[in-house]
Ligand binder design. Structure first.
Ligand code: RNT
Ligand code: ZN
Length: 418
């Protein structure tokens, strides 16, 4: 049977549940995911030669990592050729591209340092999101940035974030659509603090200063990401969940929830509906923590599926800014992108293919036996046949056939890099 024939049969089965698969495929096609450029080069960027700092870490030494803008762009193009639909690229400030002999520090970055990315985006029909890079820098050596008691350091990072707002606005203008700009700082303490309030007060002051610059709020969607701990910051994190959610709510910016940034039994899927009740928009970093915030590649696991369900069944597709955030240096980096992106899409597809209205009714009517039965039976519906049809319709390889393409690229391109 062809992909199409299998799809027709699946369509009939889902139809009996009241799910219109054609409609589902159209919806899925229009859900953009922001693909993090930093999976391509182990979160290094082009503006420094130092290590990755800030309490985050990549492990592994798989060959072929991108180390120039040209290489990273080529790798992104390759990944996108294997991912169905139209997506965004999430850039970090450290991916600035300088002219030969030119180099400015992060507090002096300008839109022109991202002109090559804009050119790349226009050529490929890709829009961008953006992030200040408050780590991997001499001014962030002790992992204190926007909360630093050293006024010189604090001001440097305030200026950096202001520059990033201007760059985000430039990106939005050039691409003709909003740019989400996410602020995350590593700031924290290895050991028991003597003052938990002071650093948070300084962080608050810094954010106030950053957001005070004039910018177009329709174009730049400023987000603020929380964290529970980082390596070397085990005892105290300045940008805690309470801090970021409160700050965002009070100041009209967007809360960003990274599902690696909570205590291990706390799940982001359960937070989404609460956040949706009180916020016009929320932002997500979908990742996979294994025992800690390890940033493993996103799989089609239960929590990824639950996150997708909370977006889909609460009609929040347009209210959730969806981005991925992981960095695995131990496997082929393009495959890591493709697997994670396709898995996020599969999770969304799975949610779209659920008879959500019917399941909700069963819950409200207290018919819990039937609810359990139905939720479990759906698991063996021909989901894969619908997914394959989606890939075929969108002109990307079906099933595992994309991997041969990645292997060929590895052979011909990645392994030839030094
Ligand atoms: C770190 C945060 C942050 C970074 C990226 C590179 O724990 O999740 O989002 O991973 O900005
Ligand atoms: Zn994150």
């Amino acid at each position: 049977m062809t992909v199409k024939e299998k799809y027709e049969s699946a369509k009939e089965q889902y139809g009996k549940l009241g799910v219109d698969t054609d409609e589902v495929l159209e919806t899925l096609k229009n859900i953009p995911i922001s693909m993090h450029c930093w999976q391509g080069d182990d979160v290094i960027g082009f503006d420094h030669d130092g290590p990755l700092t800030g309490g985050i870490q990549t492990t592994g030494n798989y060959p072929g990592k991108a180390s120039t803008p040209e290489e990273l762009m080529a790798d992104i193009e390759k990944a996108f050729s294997l991912i169905p639909g139209k997506h965004k690229v999430n850039l970090h400030a450290c991916y600035a591209i300088f002219e030969e002999g030119e180099r400015v520090d992060r507090d002096k970055l300008e839109p022109k340092h991202f002109a090559k990315w804009v050119e790349f985006g226009k050529k490929n029909g890709i829009a961008f999101d953006f992030n200040p890079t408050c780590f991997s820098h001499p001014m962030a050596e002790d992992s204190l940035t926007l909360s630093s008691p050293d006024e010189k350091v604090r001001k440097f990072w305030v200026d950096h974030c202001k520059a990033c707002i201007r760059i985000s606005e430039y990106l939005a203008t050039e691409q003709g659509s909003p740019c989400a700009m996410n602020i995350w700082i590593p700031d924290g303490m290895k050991d028991v603090p003597a003052d938990r309030l002071g650093p948070r007060a300084r962080f608050k002051k810094s954010l106030d200063e950053i957001l005070a610059i004039p910018y177009d709020k329709e174009k730049v969607l400023v987000c603020l990401e929380s964290k529970v701990f980082g390596i070397g910051m085990e005892s105290y994190t300045v940008g805690s969940s309470e801090f970021t959610i409160s700050y965002a709510a009070k100041n009209g910016i967007i809360s960003l929830l990274d599902n690696g940034h909570y205590h291990p039994t706390e799940v982001v899927s359960d937070k989404i509906p609460s956040m949706l009740l009180f916020n016009d928009k929320i932002a997500l970093h979908v990742t996979r923590g294994v025992r800690w915030d390890s940033d493993h590649v996103v799989l089609l696991d239960d929590e990824t599926k639950e996150i997708a369900k909370e977006i889909v069944r609460n009609d929040a597709i347009d209210r959730v800014l969806l981005a991925l955030d992981y960095f695995d240096a131990s496997i082929n980096r393009i495959a890591a992108w493709v697997i994670g992106m396709r898995n996020m899409q599969k999770a969304l597809l799975y949610a779209l293919l659920s008879p959500n209205k019917k399941l909700k009714e069963l819950q409200d009517e207290g018919r819990f036996t039937e609810l359990m039965m139905q939720q479990e039976e759906i698991k063996t519906y021909p989901f894969g046949d619908v997914w394959n049809q989606f890939c075929e319709m969108n002109g990307v390889p079906v099933g595992e056939s994309w991997f041969a393409d990645v292997k060929e690229y590895e052979e011909n391109v990645l392994l030839k890099r030094n």
